[in-house]
Structure formats: structure tokens, C-alpha cells
Design a binder for this molecule. Sequence first.
Ligand SMILES: [Zn+2]
Length: 244
Amino acid sequence: MLTESEKLTYSWQLDVPGFGESEQLTLKNSTALVTRVGGLGGPVALSLAAAGIGKLILAHAGNLREDDLNRQILMSRDHVGKSRVQCAAQTLNRFNSSIDVEIFDENITEENIDKIAGNADIIFSCAPLFEERFLLNEAAIKGGKMLVDCAMYSMEGQVMTILPGITPCLKCIYPDKPTQWERKFPVIGAVSSLVAQIGVIEGIKLLCNFQKSSLGKLIRIDASSMEVKKIELLPKRVDCLACN
Ligand SMILES: [Zn+2]
């Protein structure tokens, strides 16, 4: 049940058509894994915390660097040199003390993915590297978990929601890892936040089964022209190694 305090805290979103106490309760009883707490994962985690997700699992290795600061909204300059996930958890706990935050100071690998993703109901993939995104895609399919894949480059971004067994997966779209993919890429924090918020909205719609999610579509965001396009995806590939 929602407490009186929770009903008050979330009263403004409880007025959204289709989103009521049962949807809020679904959020409260849900666990979301957010991989990386950078330009995409930080705003994703913050907005999930604001919306009242029950538990967040954060995974990101390493300490905050000065050149992270243009986009890492959960951290500030005095956090430089400190563990990114620890700083993120502190900010999130201060922001919404009723949510549970579990942290892993590790990036997703084949070895740790079952441990980190095992208890999540929904995965928000905010990882910059295809290796990690493919591992999360496989974990989602194996565990029957919802997956929201968020990606961005410069002034463009894309969001894809995946429901195992129903929609095409990431490997259906990218059977092979794109060859030209840079580790360091251009990013303005506002653009990564914009893409992240679209991912959170899609994730909440999917998790709470309210309004219309964009399953089977790729959402393309072009911040230069301020155009958002929904591209209809082909059905699941019969030869997809991940789906099959
Ligand atoms: Zn597939």
C-alpha cells in the first residue's frame, strides 16, 4: 500500500491520466538496474528516484574525473577522485530517502552480469560500449526482463524499448558491433539528459502498463533540428543469435 506521505509526495503525478495509485504501487515494488551513472544513466536514475521507483541498482566502475562534470548531474566538483556510484547513491538517497539504492563499483561484464542484473525487473542500458549493451540485451532476454536501451552521440540520440519474446532485440537491429565506435564521443549534458528522459518515460510506461509505449519502434532524437522520429522496426530476425 502507499503511505499517506507517498500519496502526498506523488500527488501531482497521480493526476496524470492512466497513472493512479496502482501504477505508483507498481513503481514502488519495482527494481531498476541503471548501468553507468554518466550523462545518460545519471538523469535516468534521478528521474526514476523522483518518480518513486522502489529500488535502483547502479553499476559503474571508477572514480569521478574532472572531464565528467559537464554531464554527471548526480555529482559535483568536490566528488572528483571519489567513486562515481558512491557519490550517485549519496545524491539519490538525499533526494529521495524512501528508495533503496544498491551500488556496484564495476562495469557490466560476462562474469558479473547475473549478479548485478538478476534481481532487476527492468534494465536501463546507458552504457557507451556495444559490448556492454549486447550483454544487457542477452541478460534481458534470458531473464525475461524489460530493457530500455539509451544511446547518444553528439546532438543525436536514440531510445529502444525491448520486451523479450515480443519485440526485436538489440542484436536484431545490430547483428554485428558497428566497427566505427569511439570510446570518447562529443556530448553536451543537456542532450544526453534529453535522451535519458525519453528513456525513463518509455520505461515507466512499459513497467506500469499505462498509456502507449513505443514497443517495436526506434525513437530517434535529433537535437540539432529538434526532431523526434519513431522508426517502425522489422519483426524479430529469425536468425538473431540473441533472440533464438
Ligand atoms: Zn534479436
